[in-house]
Each structure stands twice: as structure tokens, then as C-alpha cells.
Design a protein around this ligand. Sequence first.
Ligand code: NAP
Length: 502
Amino acid sequence: MVGRMTTNDVQVAIIGAGFSGLGAAIKLKQNGVDDFVVLDRGQNFGGTWRDNTYPGAACDVPSQLYSYSFELNPDWTRSYGHQPEIHRYINDVAVKYNIEAKTRWGSDVTRAEWNEDENRWHLEVTRNGTTEHYSARTVVAAAGPLCEPNLPDIDGIDSFGGKIIHSARWDNDYDFTGKRVAVIGTGASAIQLVPEIAKIAGRLDVYQRTAPWIVPRTERTYHRAENWAFKNVPGVQKLMRATVYGLNEVTAFGLTYSPKALKPVELVCRGNIAKSIKDPELREKVTPKFAVGCKRILRSNNWYPAIARPNVDLVTDGISKITGSGVVTKDGTEREVDVIVVATGFHVTDSPMFETIIGTQGRSLAQAWEHTGMQAYKGTFVHGFPNMLLMVGPSTGLGHTSIVYMIESQLNYLVSYFKQVRDQGITRTEVKADAQDEFNNSVQHGLRNSVWLTGGCASYYQDQNGNITTLWPGFTFNFRRITKEFDIAAYDVERADATVSA
Ligand code: NAP
């Protein structure tokens, strides 16, 4: 039975306890905003790094860039972090800043609605079968784009009699030993989990719709002396981080402005194929037919060796349907399996969460974005959704470096926003429609020559209209610059004493 509890009034409700939600909580605390709650449907911090526990889960961004700048991790064991280590890092930071005390686990935010009379958000939260109510002056929506698993819409999938596992909802109790396994997808998640499952599965069919470009994973274990230096020699880790940041940033030039400049990356990828796969037919199958960078460039040393194994079959015929016992391809072949792993990504541009956030005039985010695709001013504020900040919002995603850098840029903006709210007694902030339009026009203009638009691929970076609404064009330091200060002139604001348009 669904019970009802009294409303909890807070100044800020943060939805999500991943990298961005935790970061927001820490920054609020550090800046004297103590009246907040963090709501998360899970049981500990980490967001996507908590949820993705499939074998082989790891980060393809260098570990030096995969921490908050204010909490460098001198203990990284490798140059690229693996999921357990990243998850542990995030939870350790949460403990250090005592954010647990502010967090309500098992809290699924089913609705957040703006109340114009009160200038507040009202949140409905399902927790342990009970509906809880929160009211907040400001909402920080930090659920992130990699939160809602995308289950493929394949004919007959519901009739499959075996087990279906999504890569982001792994069943660690399921034993793949000797099993007949189908993996659907060859994206970042699949290329990590397939080599692990291939070691123990009886037979493994990998269903590839589009071959990805893959560079070698230049991963190495840190020497103890390096970890010692990170911890004890001032500036060493910062210098290493800055160097890695600078090197990665070079790729942004090719991705955004001059895809031809990515030719050397393509050659490295082709070399990776030539080195790992001897069979010419398989080589042809795994060679992508689009420009490198159009889809996320993947990193792996064990993907090609895995699909060349005798117990692994790379199936490229295309799936026509799923039956009670297996997968049927377009040529009519049925391959019977015990388990289907769907490594088919996330609802990035069409998240069900967009239906649950209701702004002015009763319009949901999904409705606001229905014709335009996702849009936000500086990736953070959306016209029609006062007092709400979106973390890792539209146009903040990246193809070349760490999202934590973008999150920290947004955190700077958040801190500056809350300072002005406090200092000026602001009760309502809504970004002006023309400011948002102008910003989005400049983003789209910046993307016009990018490989994501010109590279001849379909990707989750694009929405259903083919618009790139997820990615930041160009160098990340430009985003850092424009989010340094909360630019109040772009907003309509109301203050406690009077109504003022900035
Ligand atoms: P993804 O990149 O969206 O890949 C989904 C895969 O499933 C693609 O190969 C796609 O084929 C295929 N697919 C989707 N629907 C299908 C269908 N109906 N039939 C057949 N194939 C289908 O998802 P992901 O691999 O989970 O990665 C998502 C993002 O998560 C990454 O880009 C990255 O940002 C993040 N991630 C990061 C890491 C890391 O190392 N940091 C690791 C894992 C994930 P098409 O290509 O043809 O669409």
C-alpha cells in the first residue's frame, strides 16, 4: 500500500548521488548552504559507476583526469581506473565530506513539479513502497545521461525463455560458465565485458550492428614510487594531470573543427586490427565504415583477440527477431542461447526522466524539448524551469576527455549562482528564452564541421532528428571560462522584496 508522509522542506534537493550530485553536495556545504537533501534510488554513491558492475568494467579516460580537482587520488593503481576503484574513490570522498548524513537512499524521484505561487519545487519520491514529499527552493537534477538503460526494441524479445541481462544492471550471481551466450551491441560496454565472458562461456555470439573504431588501451600499473610521489611531492600529480589534460585536449580540435586531422588515429586503429586479426573476412567485418570519432573512440587490447577466439562468433547479419530459445538473424539462421546480454546503451536524448520534471505552465522537460531536442543555457538552466540546474545537461558531453572537468565547470557556475541568490535575496531565477536560443545557436554553429555531423554514422550523441544535442563543441577550457561566473543578465529574477527583471 502506498502511504503518505508530511512534506520535507529544504532549500535544495539534489537528485542523484553520482559524480555530479556528490560534487554539488560538497560545493553547497563548502559554501554555507547546509539545508539540502540528496535523493538517490540506489544504496551508495557512484551513479553509473555504482550501477555498471559487469566484468571488465573500467574507464577509458585516464585516471589522472577522473577525480575532482579538489580531491586528487594519489592511490590510483593504474593509468586507467577500473570500476571498483572508481566506485571506491567516489564513496571515500562522500565519507570525507560527510554527505551520507544528507542522503536518502532508495529514493526514486517520480515527479518534480514547479509551483509558481510558492516559487518552489514539489517532489514526489517513492521510498520503500511509501510516497514521500519534498519541497525545495532549488532542484539540482544530477541523474546524469547514462542512467536509464536502453532495452532494444527487437521483435519477440519478451518471449525469450532464458535470461536477459542489461550491461548496466548486471546479475553478478549468474554463472556464465559453459553457457551459450548472445551479446547484442559492440559499444564501450560490450567491448569490455565480451572478453571476460568469452573466457568462460561455452559459446558466445556477438551481434554487431556497427563496428566501432578501437585504439589500443595504453594502460599500465603505477609503480609504488609514483604513488608515493603523487602523495608526498607537492605538485607532481597536478603536473601529471595538467599534462594528460593538455594532450587529450588536442583531440578536440580534430573532432570539432577538422576531422581530417584524426587520420593518424584511424591509422592506429587500422594497425590495431591488422595486428590482432589474421582472418581477412573477420578483419573486413570489424573495420568501421564511418569517420573515426563520429562514434565514441573505444580503447581495448583484448576485444579483437576475444572475437577471434574459437568459441566466439561475430554475427553481422542483423537481428530479425528473438524467439523463446534464441536469436534469429535476417538470413533466417536461429542461434539458440541460454542468456542474452543487451549492451545496448542508455536513453540519453530521450530519458524517461524528462517526463517527470514539470516546469511552468505544467510543461514537462520532454514537452519543452519535443520539437527542438534537448537545450539548456550553458548546459545547465532551461527556460520554463525556474530554479533548476541540470548537471551534465545538454551540450556538455565529450568525446575526448573527462566529464569530471565539465562537472566541475558546472559546479563553479552553481556556486556563483547560490552566492548571488543569497546575497541578493533571489527567490526565482529563470533563464531568458533568447539567451538560451543564442547559446544553442552558437553551440550548433560550433558543431557544423564536426565529425559527429559529417562522419557518416548514427550515434547516441544525436537525437531522433539527427541533431547533436549532447556534445560540447571544441575545447573544454572554453566551457570552463563561460561557467566561471553566474551571468545574471541572462536571467529573469525575482527577489524577496520586489520583482526585478535583470
Ligand atoms: P552504446 O555506446 O550506446 O552502444 C550500444 C551498442 O548497442 C551499439 O553497438 C549499438 O549499435 C548496439 N545496439 C543498440 N540497439 C541495438 C539493437 N536494437 N540491435 C542491435 N544492436 C543494437 O552503449 P554503451 O556501450 O553502454 O556505452 C554508452 C556510453 O557509456 C559510452 O559511450 C560511454 O560514454 C559510457 N561508457 C564508458 C565506459 C568507459 O570506459 N568510460 C565504459 C562503458 C560505457 P549501433 O552502434 O549500430 O547503434
